[in-house]
Design a protein. Structure first.
Length: 222
């Protein structure tokens, strides 16, 4: 739950003592989901994955969720009857009591309703605002980084809004772009940092240490 004060929002109910309830949105392999599951099992992330929502049926992410005993549903944009895509996702998250939504390779645009404002995060495999936006996902991002001649890349965890790869940046982790890099080699190096960055962002949120004012996120001291 959030308190809104003059355009800022702040965590009100999450605490370090209670496991925060996560909703994970995905469209593919679920590597980020599997990392959350591993971090929780190891005691490094005090969270419970309340539900996984996939925009595609038959993806590995759904299998990973169900293998871990996590409820998982498919909300297909093209197969809705009577309920909109946005409303179906919102209802699934609300019914599961989700406190923080973590987009994890979710390739559809979910229009975030007011009750979830400030409670949706995303991870992107580049240093936003560079190499983001519609169509910029997966291997395409790393190909674009290499084509640009950039000497550095990395990953970005940010609060999501209703624009692709946009919203206040929570944290970034950086990697060098090497002269002999291929998209796959760069992707593997960035993924190593993603697996560190996203759990850390969730921990900061759950501890109430994230402050957003004028679209800038800062981290409060412990």
């Amino acid at each position: 739950m959030f308190r809104h004060i003059h355009g800022a929002y702040d965590v009100e109910v999450s605490s370090a003592e209670r496991a925060i309830r996560l909703g994970v949105l995905l469209s593919g392999s679920g590597r980020t989901l599997q990392n959350f599951i591993a971090e929780i099992a190891a005691g490094r992330l005090n969270a419970q994955i309340a539900i996984v929502v996939s925009s595609r049926a038959g993806v590995r992410g759904i299998e990973r969720a169900r293998s871990a005993g996590v409820p998982a549903v498919v909300v297909d944009r093209t197969a809705r009857r009577g309920v909109s895509f946005d409303d179906a996702i919102t209802a699934a998250l609300a019914d599961a009591g989700v406190e923080l939504v973590c987009m994890a390779g979710f390739l559809s645009l979910w229009h975030i309703p007011p009750p979830f404002d400030g409670r949706v995060t995303n991870i992107h495999p580049a240093l936003l605002p560079a190499f983001g936006g519609p169509g910029m996902y997966g291997r395409r991002v790393h190909e674009a980084v290499l084509a640009s001649g950039a000497t550095e890349s990395g990953c970005t965890v940010h609060f999501a809004d209703n624009v692709y790869d946009h919203g206040p940046i929570i944290l970034q982790r950086r990697v060098p772009v090497l002269p002999d890099d291929s998209p796959d080699r760069l992707a593997a190096r960035v993924l190593e940092q993603e697996l560190i960055a996203y759990p850390e962002a969730v921990r900061l949120f759950a501890a109430g240490r994230l402050r957003v004012q004028d679209d800038i996120c800062t981290i409060a001291p412990e």
